[in-house]
Design a protein around this ligand. Structure first.
Ligand code: ADP
Ligand code: MG
Length: 166
């Protein structure tokens, strides 16, 4: 697994984010660092903080609408600097509508934020994969990020400098 990642030029980052506000701030930094409409997957248990991070990323695109979880409607779109699609595939287990999935997930002109990517039966290949885990009795989150090789070096460097903050 690690060797496979290395040969494909994947990069990793790990950081701790404390509280809601910093989570949104980190999402904003991720969004500001992005120059292309990437596919970002947000992975973690219910209550991990996926939607909170998505809020920051969506705000970074100049969207001032209130962002709410698309759990029941599966997808919500926003007109930002990059057009944004926020998807929650939690209720999609079994991928009943693959056609719809194709349109939503493979639209490369759109910044796609995908919660529960593993709910569908095919592999969702992220440009940036974000795994979130609750730590410190729920007071903070451990975030692990994998960058595909096609992600801009500056995007990685910007996020890495936030990760390396003291
Ligand atoms: P998910 O979309 O993964 O189900 P949410 O984004 O709705 O999770 O967040 C669930 C809860 O976690 C919210 O109460 C939110 O305030 C809290 N939370 C989010 N990020 C953090 C963090 N970094 N530290 C502590 N609590 C957080
Ligand atoms: Mg959510």
């Amino acid at each position: 697994m690690n060797d496979d990642h290395k040969s494909k030029g994947y990069r990793f980052l790990e950081l701790k984010v404390v509280g809601d506000e910093e989570m949104v701030e980190f999402g904003q930094l991720i969004g500001e660092s992005i120059t292309a409409p990437l596919l970002i997957t947000l992975i973690g248990d219910l209550g991990a903080g996926k939607t909170t991070l998505a809020k920051g990323i969506i705000a970074s695109q100049g969207v001032d609408e209130v962002v709410t979880s698309p759990t029941f409607i599966i997808q919500r779109e926003y007109e930002g600097r990059l057009p944004v699609r926020h998807l929650d595939l939690y209720r999609f287990s079994g991928a009943r509508s693959l056609d719809l999935m194709d349109i939503d997930l493979f639209d490369e002109d759109t910044l796609r934020l995908v919660e529960w990517p593993n709910a569908v039966e095919f592999e969702v290949e992220a440009d940036i994969e974000v795994k979130i885990e609750s730590i410190d009795d729920g007071e903070a989150r451990l975030i692990r990020i994998t960058f595909d090789q096609n992600v801009d070096e500056r995007t990685y460097e910007t996020i890495a400098s936030f990760a390396g903050r003291s």
